[in-house]
Design a protein around this ligand. Structure first.
Ligand SMILES: *Cc1c(COP(=O)(O)O)cnc(C)c1O
Length: 305
């Protein structure tokens, strides 16, 4: 086992005869860890190959993807434009921690009101954007596209090289990471996605569409859990916060408040319910996202504990 793989001694897993491990993709790189970096890898290669020196992307004001693009730009020498959903902060108010870091990484931030932001994937709008900001390699919101899937497929082979597993569990936002993993699974290996947002059943069609584009097929070897959203995207409860604190105490691992905490809560609950066969090995993936804590604490106060 390498240093990214951590055994999770959870009584509930022991009781159900499930071996539970955590893949610390949040530690995979000092500056650019987690699934947002995986999604960028082949996109950045394509950007270079196409002669681009500028990346342009979209995101909410606390977006992990926006943060990763800004950092990638700094590390790899791309100019970066971030088109942020919502109004510009009023003069004199500080940027939130995510945008402060993005700006420090050299990202040129611009704000789109919500109705304009909704056009972010329309070809006409993207042509207008390029006319305004100059030629750029455009990454969609969340970084999900066919090349992103290839980067995420590598996660499956890296984990397999360390441990034989039955199921990989991960948090789902757009479904790009799950779709990529599916294209990297072999034989009886399964994936289990935990939706970070409400009414997530539509994600199944998204994932199938993505794998269809990238690998020419939809996969059946995965389940999508939609009951662990805690009220919706970026919503939380006292129960979730208590879980995050306890998990940190038990394992020395800080989960993020938007994605991985809900995933881990869901996986443990499913183990408790006997969802996984006795004797099976489940690897939960810590996809990163801890940059969100600074902004979270600014809005809601310290996590404490
Ligand atoms: C974006 C993100 C996800 C979800 O990834 P998708 O490919 O959009 O489904 C999961 N975990 C973290 C930490 C993320 O930042």
């Amino acid at each position: 086992m390498n240093e990214l793989l951590q055994e999770l001694n959870e009584p509930v897993a022991v009781a159900q005869g499930v071996r539970l491990l955590l893949w610390r993709d949040d530690l995979a790189h000092p500056d650019l860890p987690g699934n947002k970096a995986r999604k960028l890898k082949y996109n950045l290669q394509a950007a270079r190959a196409q002669g681009h020196d500028t990346l342009l992307t979209f995101g909410g004001a606390y977006s992990n993807h926006l943060a990763a693009v800004a950092t990638a730009g700094r590390l790899l020498g791309f100019r970066t434009f971030g088109l942020v959903r919502g109004d510009a902060p009023t003069a004199g108010t500080a940027l939130n921690p995510t945008l402060t870091q993005a700006a420090a990484d050299g990202m040129d931030l611009h704000y789109l009101d919500r109705s304009t932001y909704r056009r972010r994937a329309e070809p006409d709008f993207l042509a207008e954007v390029q006319a305004r900001f100059g030629p750029a390699y455009v990454l969609p919101e969340g970084g999900t596209n066919a090349l992103a899937l290839h980067g995420c497929a590598e996660l499956a082979s890296e984990i397999r090289a360390q441990v034989a597993f039955d199921t990989l569990a991960l948090a789902v936002g757009t479904g790009g990471t799950l779709a990529g993993l599916l294209t990297g699974l072999r034989g009886p290996e399964q994936a289990l996605g935990v939706a970070a947002l409400k009414n997530g059943s539509f994600l199944r069609a998204e994932v199938d569409e993505l794998t269809q584009q990238a690998a020419g097929q939809a996969f059946a070897n995965y389940s999508l859990q939609t009951d662990y959203h805690f009220g919706g995207y970026a919503k939380y409860s006292a129960e979730l916060l208590a879980f995050i604190k306890q998990f940190r105490l038990r394992h020395g691992v800080l989960l993020d408040p938007i994605y991985t905490s809900k995933m881990m809560f869901g996986v443990l609950d499913l183990i408790r319910q006997g969802h996984f066969a006795r004797g099976s090995t489940v690897v939960a993936i810590h996809t990163g996202g801890q940059q969100a804590w600074a902004g979270w604490q600014q809005r809601f106060g310290r996590l404490g504990g």
